[in-house]
Every structure is written in structure tokens, then in C-alpha cells.
Design a protein around this ligand. Structure first.
Ligand SMILES: [Fe+2]
Length: 356
């Protein structure tokens, strides 16, 4: 069976295209529905960005803090806040921020039309009802969350996405100007998420011509961004790299790094980008040339990765990390093939974690 995957319906790209959001939302506003719900990263609080967001009477702006990775509890509480405003369904959810805010917007749009807790839907294709209209406005490039069908959440027992066709954005607004305020460190770690998507897709057993085409182009763009001088076009390239990297894994899968990174983040609370970098640095055995290139990128950008993160973890914590990592079957199968369980045992995962 070939994957029949859902893509983002509409996409606008270009410097300054955020100005078109008002007209885009206008088409979705009607007298029967409630207002729009804007979820915005609170790093923009007090800055110039909120005044550029087309908020009207009846809309709501909810600030979200993503210093910690988003949890199913965060999603449930946002849904409760939105629903407490009145009986009319919201006209749409618009996420403005990095990958975590994209994931929150996707998850909230799903949970506004589905009963229970977001934790009930962590997994693959568990969502039954269509989500409400939702728009992604990324302010950071690399995660591919703008184009993927996953809304990654820390839940009560694991870090795992809501993976559903209903979580895919109806519209994305890709304005490279919005990434101007990100710190160099954040830009690097999130950009490396994209680089690692490409490595894992291009080296995976699920690879086909579709994911290869997107993955190779995204990889080229990452190299232009992180191995050459920074130019005004760099942010434009990185935004497209993120999109193409996301498209590549939509038809393949990520691999060893993401599987281990999920476990590491679950226990240590590390953000996805830096968590991936810590893990990737320990994966020479699986992706030798790419790990070499990654280290060159780290050097060029003066990034020194945190070390010995697992040296004081308890037995319980190691077991939890291992359990979370080994539950990511599709990632391991993509990386190591159908007999991955014979190669990736609990002991081997433990050894890899001990090296971080
Ligand atoms: Fe990722």
C-alpha cells in the first residue's frame, strides 16, 4: 500500500506576505461562527508583531508559553478556554510561532471537535472528527511542523504526536521576515532539525523518488545556509528547506535520531532542536558522513553541544527513555529495516544514551 497523504491546502510565501492574512481569514468569517482564535508565542508579547496580526472584535488572542515543550494538558486547557467563550464554534485557529506553537494550533483545532483529552489521540490515525479551520504562521524555520500531519505533545506516558490527516493545516503563511528576531542559537538548533530530517529521510528504507527529490533539495539549501556566508536570502532558503524537509519525511519517515530524541526530551525536558543535536552527535555509526558535516556546521556557528546529560540519570529514567524511544516503531523500521528489533535492543539503546 502506498501512503495517500494529506497535504496543506493553501500556501502563501514571500517577504511581507503576513499582510495577506487579513484577506485570507476574511473568507472564513461568517455570522454563524464565533471569532478567530490566535495562539501566539509569548516571546512576541510587547513587540511589534501583535499589531500586524488581523485581530477583530470577537476574536481572541491567547498567549502561549513554550519554554517547555507543549503537553496534552496545555492543549486541554487551551480548548477549555476557547470553549468557555460561548456556544458558537470558533471560525478558526491561527498559530503564530515556532514548531511548538504550530503543534499546539494543530492539536487545539483537532480537540475543538473531538471529545476527551488530547492524550487520547496520541498515536496514528486516532482522530475521528474533522478539525476546525486552522492556519500556521511560522516564525522559526526548520521543524517542518508547518507541513507535517503530526502535533507533537508530551503526554502522561509518552512524548508522541497526534498523527492525523485532520491535524494538517488548511493554510500556511510563510513570511521569511518573521524569522528575523530569532536568536542565532535557536536558529541553528531548529535549522539542524531540518538537516536531520533530510539525513534520516535520505538514508531510510522508506525512501522513494518523491521524498528523495524534496530531501535532496532541502539538504542543499541547509548546506547553503549553514556552510556558507549568511546573506539576506539565507532566511528565505531556510524557510523553504524546512518546508521541503517536511515534505520529504511526509512520504518517508525520520529515523534513529528522532526516535532517541523523543525519549531524551521526555525525560530531560529538552526542546526538540537541541535534543536532536545532542543525539545526532552520538550517531556516527548510523550516519557517519552526515555526523561529520553536522560537526563542521556546529564549529562554523560556534555551537558547543551540552555533554554528559545522562550521567546522573537514575535507572528508572533510563528505562523510561528507552521505553519511549523503542515505542517509535515506524522510525526504527525506516532507519534499520523490518528486522530492526534484532539490531536495536534495550541494551543498545541504553549504550547510545550513556554516550550523550
Ligand atoms: Fe524533527
Amino acid at each position: 500500500m502506498f501512503r495517500n497523504f494529506k497535504m496543506v491546502d493553501r500556501l502563501v510565501y514571500g517577504r511581507g506576505c503576513l499582510a495577506q492574512l487579513e484577506g485570507i481569514l476574511e473568507e472564513r468569517r461568517n455570522s454563524e461562527s464565533g471569532g478567530m482564535v490566535f495562539l501566539m508565542d509569548d516571546v512576541f508579547h510587547g513587540g511589534p508583531l501583535p499589531s500586524r496580526i488581523p485581530i477583530r472584535d470577537g476574536d481572541r488572542l491567547l498567549w502561549v508559553n513554550v519554554d517547555q515543550e507543549p503537553t496534552t494538558v496545555t492543549v486541554d486547557s487551551l480548548v477549555e478556554t476557547v470553549q468557555s467563550a460561548g456556544p458558537n464554534p470558533s471560525a478558526g485557529v491561527i498559530g503564530v510561532g515556532g514548531g511548538s506553537v504550530m503543534d499546539l494550533a494543530k492539536a487545539v483545532s483537532v480537540m475543538l471537535t473531538n471529545p476527551g483529552s488530547a492524550a487520547d489521540y496520541q498515536g496514528w490515525d486516532l482522530v475521528e472528527n474533522s478539525s476546525i479551520y486552522h492556519v500556521g504562521v511560522p516564525t522559526l524555520s526548520g521543524t517542518g511542523a508547518e507541513v507535517s500531519r503530526t502535533a507533537v505533545l508530551i503526554g502522561p506516558v509518552r512524548k508522541l504526536g497526534i498523527n492525523s490527516d485532520y491535524s494538517v493545516f488548511d493554510q500556511i503563511v510563510l513570511d521569511p521576515d518573521l524569522t528575523a528576531t530569532v536568536t542565532d542559537e535557536q536558529r541553528f538548533y531548529t535549522g539542524m532539525d531540518c538537516y536531520i530530517h533530510c539525513v534520516e529521510s535520505l538514508n531510510g528504507t522508506y525512501l522513494n523518488a518523491f521524498s528523495r527529490a524534496y530531501g535532496e533539495k532541502a539538504m542543499d539549501l541547509c548546506r547553503e545556509v549553514f556552510l556558507a556566508e549568511r546573506t539576506p536570502e539565507s532566511e528565505e532558503k531556510l524557510m523553504i528547506a524546512s518546508l521541503y524537509g517536511g515534505m520529504s519525511i511526509a512520504y518517508s519517515q525520520v529515523g534513529v535520531c528522532h526516535a532517541l530524541s523523543y525519549g531524551l526530551s521526555y525525560v530531560l525536558g529538552l526542546h526538540h532542536g537541541i535534543g536532536n543535536c545532542v543525539v545526532f552527535d552520538a550517531l556516527e555509526e548510523f550516519y557517519p558522513e552526515s555526523v561529520d558535516e553536522f560537526r563542521t556546521m556546529c564549529d562554523r556557528h560556534g555551537v558547543s553541544l551540552p555533554r554528559h546529560l545522562t550521567s546522573s540519570l537514575s535507572e528508572d529514567q533510563f528505562n523510561t527513555m528507552t521505553r519511549v524511544a523503542l515505542s517509535m516503531d515506524p522510525l526504527w523500521e525506516n532507519a534499520l529495516g523490518p528486522d530492526w528489533k534484532s539490531r536495536m535492543t534495550e541494551d543498545r539503546v541504553r549504550e547510545l544514551y550513556e554516550a550523550m
